[in-house]
Design a protein around this ligand. Structure first.
Ligand code: 6GU
Length: 260
């Protein structure tokens, strides 16, 4: 897969040389190209922004500079355009899974008050475009989101993660629950013991304990995920555990009837 990142701070993307993503690049599984938006400016000062029409604080990135950059990159062939912005749709594992099956992404990193809205309007008619947000807080630009998207997608590419089993049970996987807590040696540390069931060698009991821990954690930390869970995936014991946490099946979904 190829990912082009366009930014006025190419050095910000240096971490993509490291760790799993860096190795995937070296192995030829992932082709990341970082570009300086200012390479497509035409004036002596390499200007990428201007004042907002209608007034207001801050500066807006010019559509003509972005248009030259994106047209040149798209001359190599089609791509999905990803535009990080706090007003985008929340980025999820579902996006990462879907994009890992695509050939090419272009991530357009805005700074200041954002990119002139006509850029997305123009390219929407020509390419799949996703405006995405990392969450409900404000960052200074899209570079951190570019790092997040590349890492989340890269680890799903065939051959990037050594043991593909480790992709199956993790948080935000297909079962819609958070991951259960994990432990390793030593079995006793700072007066804290690893739960006995994990040392029992009883595989069935371990699986059940992990499932209950995942349900309890999700109820505690992400009730929004439980409310969207498909109840067809819940067995009798799941429903018992959830009942103790105050959640009951109503029709085809879960409802919190009694705060835990
Ligand atoms: Cl993708 N960009 C910016 N600038 N701020 C954000 C964000 C993205 N996601 C959350 N806050």
């Amino acid at each position: 897969m190829r990912v082009d990142v366009v930014t006025i701070f190419p050095e910000y993307l240096a971490p993509l040389e490291l760790s799993l993503v860096g190795k995937a690049r070296q192995a030829g599984l992932l082709d990341v190209r970082v570009h300086d938006l200012r390479d497509w400016t035409t004036d002596r000062h390499r200007t990428v922004d201007d004042t907002p029409f209608g007034g207001g604080a801050g500066m807006v990135m010019r559509p003509d500079v972005w248009g030259r950059a994106l047209d040149e990159l798209l001359a190599d062939g089609p791509a999905r355009l990803v535009v990080p912005t706090p007003s985008g749709e929340p980025f999820t594992q579902r996006h990462a899974e879907s994009w890992a099956g695509e050939d090419r992404l272009i991530v357009a990193c805005g700074r200041y008050e954002g990119i002139d809205a006509r850029v997305v309007e123009h390219y929407r008619d020509r390419l799949p475009v996703t405006e995405l947000s990392l969450g409900d807080y404000v960052l200074n630009g899209g570079e951190v989101a570019a790092l997040v998207v590349v890492e989340a997608v890269a680890r799903l590419l065939p051959g990037v993660v050594g043991n593909p089993d480790s992709l199956v049970e993790e948080s935000h996987g297909a079962d819609g629950l958070l991951e259960y807590p994990v432990y390793t040696k030593p079995a006793a540390w700072e007066g804290l013991d690893v739960p006995d069931v994990l040392l029992s060698g009883h595989h069935g009991k371990v699986e059940r304990w992990r499932r209950d821990e995942a349900l309890e954690r999700t109820a505690e930390r992400r009730p929004d995920l439980l409310a969207r869970l498909d109840v067809a995936a819940l067995d009798k014991h799941d429903r018992q555990t959830l009942g103790r946490l105050g959640w009951v099946v109503v029709g085809n979904h879960l409802e919190l009837v009694r705060p835990a």
